[in-house]
Design a protein around this ligand. Structure first.
Ligand code: GLC
Length: 799
């Protein structure tokens, strides 16, 4: 155990004793006699903010991460003073604050210690930059596990790791490499079956140590700014994740086409090449909704320009692609080429919108276009200007989505690969250096892009994808995990990154399918597609340096596998859209690691490969070459093998055989999985039937199907359709009840109900309490019925 004296010797300082306290509605201030103030604010009974200053007063309270539109509120708050401590009590937790050293101890209402300060808050003065290096250490409990932190390329369970948050262009990163592109200083701790969370809302370079340095200590610190963190109490991990997502904000629903398959490469040009690619998709009947234009579509990499040689008539091309169902997405980077004849450069220069160095000159750095200046997106006026730049691209040319890249920000050929620390930023009126603004630069760029695309795409919904992001970026943008590598290790990493992003509030994420750097074998590409169709964002992308990476680049077998899995994704669109709606609605992560699914089962704490896609489908990728199957863990409950319909009892490890054109996929018993017909792109065909794949269960299970116009904002005015299906299975009976909410009329009026795995033969059917003659229901095959009305109860009797 490190003592305060040893740390003092190293230059650390500590709060001294509390001399007074006061309460102001939801906030309690504790004052020490060495100018430390701890401000504790109760946002919800299970959400408490801790904010420290060492100056005797607080600076302006400003955060880009917190969603100010979200409301909070608590039921109970009592503050009492005892001889040696203060006690703050809500309906969910007790919080004890020591009088003599300001250490904080949090217990749940059963009295179980949830999170206790070890040394607690301490700091080191930073003479070079001013301010403090702010530090926090907590006692880690026996058997504690840690999760979260966004895009980290390491084991899902972070126990034993030290991690760094500094947005970095990390080309061809490898397992355990730090830091990466995104910064999500939020983690979840789990011990004694109880979960809590910490969000350290500090945009400086931050570090987290989960029992790496010292066995029973977890700690986090920042190179500047305030010790300012939010504590979330579960006890369920889902409570922690939902509350965190609520605090930092949820996205709006994306247009449904963004959940289709996307094709990208650096770069498809000229126009004839783009058309060749899109035609091939249609010819091979591999569904695809979006085609991307990487930097070569521009004139000399100047943002908001088009190469006259490669794309002489972008508006016509984009319209032609749209006719064939392809939405065009274009890349826009932050670096603005220094070129006095370039209008974007001229405007920004004239308006003084570029970031400046400490002594005055503009920040200059090399990126794709050569020497560039960089807009200061932390200035609201600059964001407004930037948003306006999208008018032509979106409103006139008809581009449907914008891809923001290099926004860590990346600078080439310099140490650190980014801006120097002295660069100045507006930070929405809280002027600061790059040390503070670096980690949110990418998010503010994506935010400005979002504002612009949203404005000019109206009444349609915008689509933005970003590489760099800080907590809260999910309100504006989707993301991808940057420049990965075509290797089996990276397939493992991608699987973990997407689960981790999902439980870190940033669910709309995917990896470059097949790998960005280097060339995948056909087998690796196929295995990646098989996983990628179960990721919220699904796009093949590659650097183009090593050959072709379209689904047809690897021979017939891989074409067939790609088609099969992309078709499955398109069939599952209503399921995928429903899980997105749940994410938007209450912060439920779209992908759930097994530990999230059943935290009480200790076996799940170190599982990485299996995950729950939505609520009722379990997926486990094949992560090795030549696999004939794999060992995996099935969590609690009974699960049907999707391919064989075999019912398996969970909470055990098992071996699952797979063919090359399969990966282990299981459906929870009792689930009703909605499916659309295969379409080559969203909205291609009108259909009059929703398929419901019903998986029998003895007992009850609920399933949801959310639908709306697939685009636009009418859903906010009640024009949505939410169907709740309740399945009740008995010995020789199956009842499916449907409850419908919302005013939206779905295009179909019939249901094709596939009664999978029925343990009895159908004898009689009642629809809404009326007996149906079996010929009226059209029984197809054994157990598939067509019902041509919006039923409320389907009752099947067996013999
Ligand atoms: C970066 C991006 C990559 C893109 C390339 C060229 O490396 O991460 O996706 O293709 O730049 O724009």
């Amino acid at each position: 155990m490190i003592t305060n004296t040893e740390l003092e010797y190293k230059g650390d300082q500590f709060p001294s004793k509390i001399v007074s306290f006061e309460q102001d509605v939801d906030s309690i201030y504790f004052y020490t006699d060495n100018n430390v103030i701890l401000k504790v604010t109760i946002l919800r009974d299970s959400l408490i903010r801790f904010r420290y200053t060492t100056k005797g007063y607080f600076s302006n309270d400003f955060s880009y991460a917190i969603d100010k539109t979200q409301s909070h509120g608590y039921n109970q708050l009592e503050v009492t003073e005892e001889p040696t401590f203060y006690l703050i009590k809500t309906s969910k937790v007790f919080c004890r604050i020591n009088k003599h050293d300001v250490r904080v101890f949090i217990y749940d209402i059963d009295g179980t210690p949830i999170l206790e300060d070890e040394i607690g808050f301490h700091w080191e003065e930073c003479y070079e930059h001013g301010g403090n290096i702010v530090k926090m250490s907590k006692i880690s409990k026996d058997g504690e596990s840690f999760y979260g932190l966004g895009d980290k390329a390491t084991h899902l369970n972070l126990k034993g790791k030290r991690l760094e948050n500094w947005a970095t262009d990390q080309y061809a990163f490898h397992k355990d490499q730090e830091p990466l592109y995104k910064v999500v200083p939020f983690y979840i701790g789990l011990h004694h079956n109880k979960a809590y969370g910490i969000f350290f809302d500090n945009t400086f370079r931050t570090f987290f140590d989960f029992c790496h340095e010292r066995r029973n200590v977890s700690s986090f610190w920042a190179e500047g700014g305030e010790m300012n963190y939010y504590f979330f109490y579960g006890p369920k991990m889902s409570d922690v994740v939902k509350t965190y997502t609520h605090l930092t904000g949820k996205p709006e629903l994306p247009p449904m086409w963004t959940l289709g398959y996307h094709q990208c490469k650096w770069s498809y040009y000229p126009e004839s090449k783009v058309k060749e690619i899109t035609s091939k998709f249609r010819e091979l009947r591999i569904p695809c909704d979006a085609i991307y234009l990487d930097i070569d579509y521009m004139e000399g990499f100047r943002c908001f320009t088009w190469s006259k040689e490669y794309f002489p008539e972008p508006k016509r091309m984009v319209a032609e692609l749209a006719k064939d169902g392809f939405k065009t997405v274009v890349i826009i980077d932050p670096g603005i080429k220094i070129d006095k004849d370039y209008w974007v450069y001229q405007e920004a220069l004239e308006k003084e919108y570029f970031c400046r160095r400490a002594d005055g000159p503009y920040m200059k750095g090399k990126v794709w276009p050569g020497e560039c200046n960089f807009p200061d997106y932390t200035n609201p006026e600059v964001r407004e200007w930037w948003a306006g730049l999208f008018k032509e691209l979106i409103a006139e040319i008809g581009v449907k989505g914008v891809w923001n890249d290099m926004n860590e920000p990346a600078v080439m050929d310099v140490p650190g690969k980014t801006f120097p620390n002295d660069v100045r930023h507006n930070y929405d009126g809280n002027n600061c250096s790059h040390r503070k603004a670096h980690n949110i630069y990418g998010t503010q760029m994506a935010r400005a892009t979002y504002e612009g695309v949203k404005r000019f795409a109206y009444p349609k919904r915008p689509f933005i994808i970003t590489r760099s992001a800080y907590s809260g970026a999910q309100r504006y943008t989707s993301s991808w995990t940057g420049d990965n590598v075509a290797s089996w290790e990276h397939l493992w990493i991608a699987n973990i990154q997407m689960q981790r992003m999902s439980i870190s509030g940033m669910g709309f994420t995917g990896s470059d399918i097949g790998g960005f750097a280097e060339q995948p074998s056909g087998e690796l590409y196929a295995r990646w597609i098989q996983l990628g169709v179960f990721h919220p964002f699904c796009r093949t992308h590659s650097s183009g340096d090593h050959g072709e990476q379209e689904p047809w680049s690897f021979g017939e077998e891989v074409i067939d596998i790609t088609r099969k899995f992309v078709e499955l994704r398109y069939q599952l669109l209503p399921y995928l859209y429903t899980m997105f709606w749940q994410y938007v609605n209450d912060g439920t992560p779209m992908l759930k690691p097994l530990v999230y699914f059943d935290q009480d089962d200790f076996h799940t704490h170190y599982r990485t490969d299996e995950f729950i896609f939505g609520n009722q489908i379990l997926v486990c990728p094949i992560l090795e070459p030549n696999a004939q199957g794999r060992r995996m863990y099935l969590p609690k409950g009974n699960w049907y093998n999707y391919w064989t319909h075999e019912l398996i009892e969970g909470k055990k490890e098992l071996w699952v055989n797979t063919k090359f054109d399969e990966i282990p996929v299981f459906v929870k018993e009792g689930a009703i999985i909605p499916k659309y017909p295969v379409q080559q792109y969203v909205g291609e065909i009108q259909f009059d039937e929703l398929t419901l794949d019903v998986y029998f269960k003895l007992g009850k299970e609920k399933s949801l199907v959310y639908e709306d116009a697939t685009d636009g904002y009418d859903y906010n005015k009640g024009r949505f359709s939410l169907r709740t299906f309740t399945l009740t299975g008995k010995d020789k009976e199956l009842i499916i009840q449907q409850h419908k909410e919302g005013d939206f009329e779905t295009q179909y009026s019939k249901f094709k109900i596939n009664l999978n795995c029925l343990p009895f033969k159908i004898k009689r059917i009642e629809l809404d309490k009326e007996k149906l003659t079996l010929d009226k229901v059209q029984i197809k095959g054994d157990n598939s019925l067509i019902i041509d009305k919006d039923f409320t109860e389907l009752h099947i009797f067996g013999s």
